[in-house]
Design a protein around this ligand. Structure first.
Ligand SMILES: NC(=O)c1ccc[n+]([C@@H]2O[C@H](COP(=O)([O-])OP(=O)(O)OC[C@H]3O[C@@H](n4cnc5c(N)ncnc54)[C@H](O)[C@@H]3O)[C@@H](O)[C@H]2O)c1
Length: 383
């Protein structure tokens, strides 16, 4: 099983040491597509990079990109009313696609076709077909595409993969994963199909899937039996009245997924429910098991010390894996730095699209199966 660049522990250096190691003789011209909430984390990180200049921004809402640039003190930047006009007029090395989910595919495909490297926010997109179309554009462009899963940079997430790959658990046969919030529906573009396409599944479900699938090497899904509901989002008791009336995505999902290699993946995700968490993540292998505590507000972080269960010389033992500190720059800085380094050094994407295609195919299949009220086969078109 291969390690990705994003799996390497990038945290042994201080921010000063890391910046000193950057070759500033080659500067990268960066554009930001979509200047909403998550773009704030991108711009803050780009401003920390000594070799990146954010020279262009685009947003569909008039004046939004200009106000965004002013808020973060970005000078010498040009503004555009949409991503297409930005790509037409600028010679960029890279863009961050920070739009809501339904425009991820078009913005990414257009940027790749314009010869620009792309850091695409999670979830990759909305449907499997869109993910396939994105990867086809990546291949024909020869440009770099990385998907914005910053939990991959977390030392604790990396530890999960190291434990699985060390063989301590033996052959994996069952995984339970997911996460939840008792009340945690975002008050944003996340709650409508016309902007988000999918709800909790795309917002936080993709993190739970990536946590375990990356650890086991992203085997392909074979069948999915999925369920989704929207009881809280559409409820006038639990939502703001204006949100309840427009809420039309999932706020809860569960699925039973069969993966290649005879592995069962039992999944649940929730933005809101009458419970704090739908349970810890557990990975069961023939020689050992790992318990990864959940958090009360799931957003892709390990919630506490993990426990490794193994038999030692016939004695059942438990080992506590302490929470590991993330030294050096923050996870977002690491996400941006690893993207820029991969461009400059001609390296593979820190979070490769062919892995996240599988994440997306599972999410899409959960939605389809839920609509059909039955198990479905997962078919991923050839790239
Ligand atoms: N990595 C993380 O931790 C994290 C956290 C939150 C959100 N996200 C992801 O970031 C994305 C954006 O979320 P957000 O909360 O910032 O949304 P948002 O609605 O606040 O911002 C999106 C912006 O994109 C603009 N836009 C849409 N299509 C465009 C186009 N074609 N050209 C130019 N601008 C366009 C919209 O006008 C809007 O201003 C989502 O996919 C979300 O899942 C990631």
């Amino acid at each position: 099983m291969t390690m990705n660049k994003g799996d390497e522990v990038l945290n042994q250096f201080t921010p000063q040491q890391q910046q000193a190691a950057v070759d500033t003789s080659r500067r990268l011209k960066v554009g930001i597509i979509g200047t909403g909430w998550i773009a704030e984390s991108h711009i803050k990180s780009y401003l920390n990079m000594p070799d990146a200049d954010v020279v262009a921004m685009a947003d569909l809402i008039p004046g939004k990109a200009e106000a965004f640039a002013e808020k973060f003190g970005v000078k010498n930047c040009r503004f555009y009313p949409d991503h297409k006009s930005m790509l037409e007029h600028e010679q960029l090395d890279a863009v961050s696609v920070c739009t809501y989910n339904v425009t991820h595919a078009q913005c990414t495909i257009d940027a790749l076709d314009a010869g620009v490297n792309v850091l695409l926010e999670k979830p990759m997109c909305v449907t499997t077909q869109e993910a396939v179309d994105i990867i086809r554009a990546e291949k024909r462009s020869g440009k770099l595409l990385s998907i914005g899963f910053q939990p991959r940079m977390d030392a604790n997430m990396q530890m999960i993969k190291k434990i699985v790959q060390s063989g301590q658990l033996g052959e994996i046969y069952y995984i339970q994963t997911g996460g939840g919030r008792r009340r945690g529906i975002p008050n944003s573009t996340f709650i409508e199909k016309k902007t988000a396409g999918i709800g909790a599944l795309g917002d936080i479900g993709c993190y739970s899937l990536d946590m375990v699938l990356n650890a086991i090497g992203y085997p392909r899904p074979l069948t999915v039996s999925g369920y989704t509901s929207d009881f809280f989002g559409t409820s006038y008791e639990y939502s703001l009245p204006e949100n309840a009336s427009r809420f039309n995505v999932d706020d809860f999902a569960a699925a039973f997924i069969r993966l290649e290699g005879g592995i069962i993946l039992d999944f649940r995700i929730s933005w809101a429910m009458h419970l704090d968490t739908p349970g810890d993540t557990v990975i069961l292998g023939k020689k050992g098991a790992l318990r990864i505590p959940s958090t009360e507000c799931w957003n892709g972080t390990v919630g506490g010390p993990m426990t490794l269960y193994t038999d030692v010389a016939g004695v059942q033992t438990q080992t506590t894996i302490p929470i590991l500190p993330n030294k050096g720059p923050g996870l977002f800085d690491k996400k941006i730095r690893s993207f820029l380094d991969a461009i400059k050094n001609g390296e593979a994407a820190p979070v490769p699209s062919d892995q996240i295609l599988i994440n997306q195919a599972i999410i899409d299949a959960i939605g389809q199966s839920a609509q059909l009220h039955r198990e479905i086969e997962v078919v991923i078109p050839e790239i």
